[in-house]
Design a protein around this ligand. Sequence first.
Ligand code: DX5
Ligand code: ZN
Length: 239
Amino acid sequence: MRHAAARRPDTFNTPQMKLEILPSLLGAYFGALESEIKRAAAAGADALHIDIMDPHFVPNISFGPDFVALARHVAPALHRNVHLMMSRPDLFLESFAKAGAQTLQIHVEADCDISETIGRIAALGMRPALVVNPDTGVEALEPYLDSVDEILVMTVRPGYGGQKFISGCLEKAKWLRARRPSMDIMVDGGINGGTASQAIAAGVNQLVSGSYLFAQADMAAEIARLKALAAAAPSLSQP
Ligand code: DX5
Ligand code: ZN
């Protein structure tokens, strides 16, 4: 995961990328969020994925900026990767920056000026990232590829944890990796030990996992097992 300030140009001499694992807070036990966040940090997570929803964009409601601030308070060293499933993410950028978001992901389907919003995210000191839903063609991302640090390819329809992985979405990861050898490419939805391998084979270097990871009695062992899958991908640095 790179900070915006450390952005480097893409090259066809593919750099070795690290495989990163991001537990999704939506899969945590909500009765003990503080210890669940600490558990993810202690298990070797590379970042915490925090899902923010509004009921116009998805058929559900989840967390708000205060949960990002909670994560910063409980595990300050754990990078906060914030996924805005919102029709108007542009109205909340300052709130999430203030709460401690470090990567801010907006959907390409959002009802705002995408270029302008990406620029404002970067100006606020966060890494801008763009998300694409299963029913949206990957070409929709093309105008923005040079202005974001990360692309999140949804592998379920957003709104709920615990859904079935849509493997056809990995074609988008392949398309993106062919064009951007050193860009962070992430998947979110239905990731477990089996689907993780498929995603890595498609060029993904960041895996979000909610219900699967938080259900593990030994999350550290499972994160280590997922990281070991990097051995199968020549473009990833070896675990
Ligand atoms: C879904 C969210 C995901 C969710 C994934 O809308 O964006 O981050 O937590 O959950 P799992 O890993 O259970 O599919
Ligand atoms: Zn998410």
